[in-house]
Design a protein around this ligand. Structure first.
Ligand code: HEM
Length: 465
């Protein structure tokens, strides 16, 4: 094959494409350029050139962990200001990432997650009770209430903290601090490094937000140290666990970094997925009817048990299809593996040249609509294509909402159990309607994406079960 030049928006000297970016929803610009320039293009941000990939063919190649590895760059690198070498932001090869990963893998495994079921039910019921008590016809801000639910669930199940978000009008102050921290991390990632050193009111509140999040985590850690339990949760795993490979444990600083990581990674994504799911179902009445029927048939009107969840096949397909079309983490970053002796030059698809330190943005959300994999109706919501039999036939790396390889999501079983349970509890108890039938999906972006200004109404189907 012949080497091919890689197209891209021209941009300006030094600052690159920063002025091309939509400041509120940068994803819009990145997707728009993919429509304009095709499945591989260059984008210059934060003083470096990125390659943006969006076809399955190219992303499949970039998912080869022997050749490429996660890159903590841009906004994610700035997130290290708050959570250092925690699991999400650890550099490839950084020692603490390995130690924390090996200590935490069993604590995130299916057996441990099953033990968290009763606490998840407690939280799902709190949400259902809140909606049951709302005056008839109240418009519910779906993203907002799902955020309450998922933040409280991860705090309780992972570290025994009661955030009690359903008892207050406003979100827990952790959410404000976190949202501002993530937005500003994103902004800092797009600026030139020198610009970030200038003290501004934004940077002052940025570091205040970080201190606040650390304090929340430290308080939970102190509380646990003063009141030890033998609960098998993530916090105890971090306090008591030893890495089987090195024998090392985690320092208090590492524990705090990871607690904040779990509080952030453990709720934004899950709440976004639940909100997108409700939106998709309400826009597609035939899928709504099917999920409702499945939950009625499998769960009836009694309490939901762990044994019900694997039987919710259509519900699982709805979640998979939602994660395909609206991946809450729409982008992951990789680079040529730093510890590998690469072929020279490094080539993608035998024809595109990649630098040794090249940043690569994998536009997962766009790849999920690649017609070569998902057909001409790739942009339509059709859960049937995600039922087990079809799903298992997908080519490798065609469905990647949970990321790649060793750096893929450690919280996937947690999120899956929580989401299935919540949908079961909600559909068992309520009929849902769009608050505004003309609503067109708009997106709010921090590090993750979720629906913006999406309101729905809930009406009890029978008394609460
Ligand atoms: C990593 C998605 C839920 C904790 C990731 C990554 C993705 C992802 C795409 C890889 C990021 C990258 O390559 O930079 C999701 C989605 C979720 C979800 C779609 C829900 C629907 C959760 C939950 C937790 C969690 C519930 C914690 C309880 C983490 C952590 C990592 C991670 C700690 C970093 C893993 C590592 O690099 O070692 N997640 N996640 N996630 N996720 Fe999730």
């Amino acid at each position: 094959k012949q080497l091919k030049p890689i197209p891209g928006p021209p941009g300006l000297p030094i600052v690159g494409n920063i002025f091309d970016m939509d400041l509120v929803t940068p994803l819009k610009t990145i997707e728009g350029f993919a429509d304009q320039y095709g499945p591989i293009y260059t984008l210059k941000l934060g003083g470096r050139e990125n390659l943006v990939l969006s076809s399955h063919e190219l992303i499949n190649e970039a998912c080869d962990e022997k050749r490429f590895a996660k890159q903590v760059a841009g906004g994610l690198e700035q997130v290290r200001n708050g959570v250092g070498d925690g699991l999400f932001t650890g550099y490839t090869g950084e020692e603490n990432w390995g130690v924390a990963h090996r200590i935490l893998i069993p604590a995130f495994g299916p057996l441990s997650i099953r033990d968290m079921f009763d606490e998840m039910v407690d939280m799902a019921n709190q949400l259902a009770l809140k909606w049951a008590r709302l005056p008839t016809g109240t418009a519910i801000d779906a993203s907002d209430d799902f955020t309450r639910l998922t933040l409280d669930t991860i705090a309780l199940c992972a570290m025994g903290g009661r955030f009690n978000s359903f008892y207050t009008e406003h979100q827990h102050p952790f959410v404000d601090a976190m949202v501002n921290f993530l937005i500003e991390s994103g902004n800092r990632g797009r600026r030139l490094p020198a610009m970030n050193r200038i003290p501004t009111s934004a940077s002052e509140s940025y570091f205040k937000d970080i201190d606040f999040m650390k304090q929340v985590a430290l308080d939970l850690l102190k509380e646990r140290r003063e009141n030890p339990t033998d609960k098998k949760d993530l916090l105890n795993a971090m306090i008591n666990g030893k890495d089987p490979q090195t024998g090392k444990g985690l320092s208090d600083q590492s524990i705090v970094n990871n607690m904040i990581t779990f509080l952030i990674a453990g709720h934004e994504t899950t709440s976004g997925t639940l909100a997108f799911t409700m939106h998709n179902l309400l826009k597609n009445p035939s899928t709504y009817k099917k999920i409702q029927e499945e939950i009625d048939t499998v769960c009836g009107r009694g309490p939901i048990s762990l044994e019900h969840l694997p039987k919710l096949k259509y519900t699982a397909a709805v979640l998979r299809e939602t994660l395909r079309l609206s991946s809450p983490i729409p982008i992951i970053n990789v680079r040529p593996h730093p510890f590998d002796n690469h072929e020279d030059p490094i080539l993608l698809n035998g024809q595109y040249k990649v630098g040794k330190d090249q940043s690569m943005i994998l536009l997962i959300k766009k790849m999920h609509q690649d017609p070569n994999i998902y057909g001409q109706d790739a942009d339509e919501f059709k859960p049937e294509r995600m039922l087990d039999e079809e799903f298992n036939k997908l080519p490798p790396n065609a469905w990647k909402p949970f990321g790649n390889g060793v750096r893929a999501c450690i919280g996937r079983p947690f999120a899956w159990q929580e989401m299935l349970l919540v949908l079961a509890v909600l559909f068992q108890n309520f009929d849902f309607y769009m608050a505004d039938s003309s609503y067109q999906l708009a997106i709010k972006q921090n590090l993750t994406i979720k629906p913006k200004d999406f309101y729905m109404k809930a009406r009890l189907r029978h008394g609460m079960t």
